[in-house]
Write a protein that binds this ligand. Structure first.
Ligand SMILES: NC(=O)c1ccc[n+]([C@@H]2O[C@H](COP(=O)([O-])OP(=O)(O)OC[C@H]3O[C@@H](n4cnc5c(N)ncnc54)[C@H](OP(=O)(O)O)[C@@H]3O)[C@@H](O)[C@H]2O)c1
Length: 242
């Protein structure tokens, strides 16, 4: 396969699906990760009927090692290298749970997807990414990951203090910094990208941005040029305080 290749997790709908659309529109051959075959195939069919032919479904549950290994085997049989990995799959968990009453089950479920899922994807897929001349990893984060913003009473989302979701994305940011440091002398670019508060199933469509806007900043960092940064926490308004 001659074209650039990309894999987006949790891409059967919402921000992930829009990211696939943008990357496919930019000429990438895109693997649309979906943990459910029917939902994934329906998403691919929708994109193909809109003229995006270079999109295919890969069955992928980021919380299951076996599923991630199977996806790696499937991709390895289709492509020689992977140029872009977007770790988009994410869940809010029980957002309203009081931190003092946070259940182990809530934290475990959220960290299993939002942190361990992304880490697992990187560990398993890095051999294919290393074959790219300019590999890009985007870890989809949130401004709810920012400890600085959480300590600013004038911040619009100051009361949005979740026991599991914010902490899982803060940990994902910290992991992104560590990974970017490990890869700093290579052609990799690894960034934590915040799509912003977006109307999706994630928040019962209360978000203020459209998925088209949210996916734009993710796609931008997925297709970053040589001069682009690595190890950053960014939003569409620029660098975001840690
Ligand atoms: N929406 C916002 O305001 C907002 C703001 C900041 C950051 N984000 C982040 O942006 C990303 C996408 O959010 P969204 O708003 O598009 O959410 P969404 O509408 O709930 O979609 C989430 C996607 O992730 C998939 N997913 C969940 N668990 C998975 C797993 N274990 N393995 C594989 N896929 C899994 C879902 O699949 P199913 O359809 O099978 O459930 C779905 O495709 C998340 O990481 C989220 O934290 C969102």
């Amino acid at each position: 396969m001659k074209s650039l290749t990309a894999l987006v997790t949790g891409a059967n709908k919402s921000i992930g699906l829009e990211t696939v659309r943008l990357l496919a529109g930019a000429g990438y051959h895109v693997f649309l990760g979906s943990r459910d075959r029917e939902r994934g195939e329906a998403a691919v069919a929708g994109l193909r009927s809109a003229g995006f032919d270079a999109v295919e479904m890969v069955l992928l549950d980021v919380t299951r090692e076996e599923s991630v290994q199977e996806a790696f085997t499937a991709l390895s049989g289709r492509v020689e290298r992977l140029d872009v990995l977007v770790n988009n799959a994410g869940i809010p968990g029980q957002f309203q749970q009081a931190p003092s009453a946070a259940s182990h089950e809530n934290l475990e479920r959220v960290f299993e997807t939002n942190l361990f899922g992304a880490v697992r994807m990187i560990r398993v897929f890095i051999p294919l990414l290393r074959k790219s001349p300019r590999p890009r990893i985007v870890n989809v984060t949130s401004d709810l990951a920012s400890l600085t913003l959480h300590n600013d009473p004038s911040w619009a989302y100051y009361p949005f203090k979740s026991p599991a979701y914010g902490p899982s994305k803060t940990a994902l940011n910290a992991y992104t910094v560590a990974l970017a440091y490990e890869l700093k002398d290579t052609s990799f670019k690894v960034n934590a990208v915040n799509p912003g508060y977006t109307a999706t199933d994630f928040n019962q469509h209360r978000g203020t941005k459209k998925v088209e806007e949210a996916a734009r900043v993710i796609a931008e960092y997925a297709m970053l040029g040589e001069e682009g940064p690595t190890g950053k926490f960014v939003s569409d308004y620029g660098e975001t305080p840690w």
